[in-house]
Design a protein around this ligand. Structure first.
Ligand SMILES: [Zn+2]
Ligand SMILES: [Zn+2]
Length: 317
C-alpha cells in the first residue's frame, strides 16, 4: 500500500487554506517528501508526521513554489530536529538552485548539521527495495529538468496453501523457500517446484506523481493503468489559453489524460486561488468520475483494487 499525505496544495502562492506544494508518499517505513514549498515544515508539524524518517526529498522542478521550504527546513535542522542524512533528488538545474539556497543563503560557510547528498536524476529507476521501486521520468514545463515520479510495487505470485497441503509440503522453511522461488525436496524424496504452489502473477500497485506540466501527450505511456495519479490542475478550461501560455494544465486536460491512460483514481493538486474548489472538481469529474481535489492534510491510500480517501470531508461542496 502507498499512502499519500498532502501538505500543500496551492499553486504558485499560498492561499488562506492551502500551503505551497508538498506531499509525502509513505510505504512501510519509507517516506518520500515530494517538493517542499515555503511553509512545509509547519505543515509537517501540524500533520503529526514528524521529521524523523523524512530523509529523502524528491523535487519535480526548481520553481520557487516547490523548493523554498528546504531553506527553512535546513535552518530548523541546524538548531532542533536531527535527522541522520538528507538526500535531495532532482534534475541538474533544480539541484543547482537548491544548492545555492542551502549553501549560499542558509549555511553561508557553516557545515550542514547532517550530510546532504544531491542526487541528480535524468530519468529512470533510482530507488529499489524489496517490494517497491521509484523511477523518474521527464515532464514538459517551463524550464529544463522537470520530472515526475512512478512508485511501483513489485509483482507477486500469491502462495496457494491448499496446493501446498495437497502436495504434502510441511509448514516452515520449505514454504518460505518456495515463495522465494526455490525448488524444495520433501522427506519422501519428491521435488516440489514454486510453479506448483504459486498462483498467477499479481501486478504491483502503481502510483504516479506529476508536478507542474504543460503537456499530457508525453505522459500517457508512463501513466498507463496506474492505480492513482496525482497531477497539477492550475487552471479551468475557460482559461485554457493562459494554461498553455504558462505551461500548466486545466482540470479537464488532467482528467482527459486520466481517462486515456486508464487511471483508477485521479487526484488533483496545485490549485489556484482564482477558482472555487467545487468548480475544479466539477470540470474534472465531468470527464473522469473518480477524480478528487486534494486539500492540505488530506490522505489517500492506494491499495489493491481500491483507493480509499481517509478524510472525506462532509462539508465539501
Ligand atoms: Zn508550481
Ligand atoms: Zn512550476
Amino acid at each position: 500500500m502507498f499512502e499519500i499525505l498532502f501538505l500543500g496544495t496551492s499553486a504558485s502562492a499560498p492561499s488562506a487554506k492551502r500551503g505551497l506544494s508538498a506531499l509525502i508518499v509513505k510505504h512501510g517505513e519509507y517516506r518520500f517528501l515530494i517538493d517542499c514549498g515555503e511553509g512545509t515544515q509547519r505543515q509537517i508539524l501540524q500533520s503529526g508526521t514528524g521529521f524523523k524518517h523524512l530523509t529523502r526529498v524528491l523535487l519535480t522542478h526548481g520553481h520557487l513554489d516547490h523548493i523554498l521550504g528546504l531553506g527553512g527546513l535546513l535552518s530548523t535542522f541546524l538548531r532542533w530536529e536531527a535527522i541522520d542524512e538528507l538526500e535531495i533528488f532532482g534534475g541538474r538545474t533544480t539541484l543547482d538552485r537548491v544548492h545555492d539556497l542551502l549553501y549560499g543563503v542558509v549555511l553561508r560557510g557553516n557545515q550542514p548539521p547532517m550530510p546532504i547528498q544531491f542526487r541528480e536524476l535524468k530519468g529512470g529507476l533510482f530507488f529499489d527495495c524489496d517490494d517497491f521501486s521509484v523511477s523518474a521520468f521527464p515532464v514538459s514545463h517551463r524550464g529544463p529538468d522537470c520530472l515526475g515520479f512512478v512508485f511501483e510495487g513489485k509483482a507477486r505470485r500469491p502462495f496457494l496453501p491448499g496446493k501446498a497441503d495437497e502436495l504434502g509440503v510441511p509448514f516452515g522453511p520449505e514454504r518460505r523457500d518456495l515463495v522465494a522461488g526455490k525448488t524444495i525436496k520433501l522427506p519422501n524424496g519428491k521435488q516440489v517446484t514454486p510453479d506448483e504452489v504459486l498462483g498467477p502473477v499479481h501486478k504491483g500497485l502503481k502510483l504516479v506523481v506529476v508536478g507542474d506540466t504543460g503537456r499530457t501527450d508525453n505522459l500517457l505511456d508512463v501513466c498507463r493503468d496506474a492505480d492513482a495519479l496525482v497531477i497539477e490542475s492550475t487552471y479551468l478550461n475557460e482559461e485554457a489559453e493562459m494554461a498553455r501560455e504558462f505551461s500548466h494544465l486545466t482540470a479537464q486536460q488532467a482528467a482527459e489524460l486520466a481517462v486515456k491512460a486508464n487511471i483508477k483514481q485521479l487526484i488533483l493538486t496545485h490549485i489556484s486561488r482564482r477558482y472555487r474548489e467545487k468548480d475544479v472538481l466539477k470540470e474534472a469529474q465531468a470527464v473522469h468520475p473518480n477524480a478528487a481535489v486534494a486539500r492540505d492534510f488530506d490522505t489517500f491510500q492506494v491499495k489493491r483494487d481500491e483507493l480509499v480517501e481517509d478524510k472525506v470531508n462532509d462539508h465539501r461542496q
